[in-house]
Design a protein around this ligand. Sequence first.
Ligand SMILES: [Cu+2]
Length: 346
Amino acid sequence: MNLLLTLAVVFGILVLVRIANVAQMAAELSGETDEEEEEKANKWNSLGFLLFMVIGLPLMVYCTIKWRPLMLPVAASEHGVGVDKLMDINWWVLIVTFFITSILLFWFAYKYRYNKNRRSYYFHDNMKLEMIWTVVPTIVLSGLIVTGLMEWNKITDLTKSEQGMKVQIYAKQFDFTARYAGKDNKLGSSFFRNITDANPLGVDSSDANAADDKFSSELVMPVGEEIELVINSRDVIHSVYLPHFRAQMNAVPGMTTRFHFKPTITTSKMKEITGDPKFEYILLCNKICGVAHYNMKMPVRVLEKDEFTKWLREQKRVFTRESLNAAAVADSTKAAVDSTVIVSAK
Ligand SMILES: [Cu+2]
């Protein structure tokens, strides 16, 4: 089907070129002067501009309305509402500017096409005009930048992050793991040298804060609670992107980044809002991080508070008594081997 369509377009263009050639030859045969021919070409070109405007602009409006359902639904986080408002203001400024400039562009191309009886008007400069096209964009752009910065400062305000429920998002090629801080709301420290198959995040088993930490392969959050994402990467730069919550933060190896937000709509409520019973939130990697980047994602659910507490209770701890014992045995064996090596080296 696509091949047929491409062929049809290519042949269509070829036919148009042939028709243009024939028209030119016919004009030559009829003894038209170059000037007359040029005037005719100008007229057709300028009409073409008008036609493009008359078809193109309504088509753009139609497509925008038709494919609007493919856009993201309402923001599911507190700060997301502000982000959307900013986005809407930006769009309105763009749309109004686009329509004014496009209509002027195509209309002028038609109205002021070459006319041998008309002389163009020359002026060296026009203070008033220059002031208008300097001052108006300056005011509009400053307004956009200042309101954007104010919103950004609110989103990245770290004074609120202390109250947030801490959840580590650990990224690696090509998946995410979540670690919940447990009752103490303190994540146990971690170090890449501690990484083993049983301890994929390299959590320090001797850190008391790690005792109640829990793993999860999905990000589950209680509705209406402040969440503090503590973001790390094992290998390359990834990005934690939560489109429905209007949140994104890079995961950078060797450092900790944070994102603070409050989910406001549960998954089941969002199913109602979107009218889609299969709706699910998602966390995506938004940095091209390797061959399976396209598939690097994590399911996300927002639950009522009591449902969340129940869910968290069922999750597996990072360290169980058995795994701690196994780690202790491994450590002592390693220490014994090390001391043997030292003794034999002597
Ligand atoms: Cu990635």
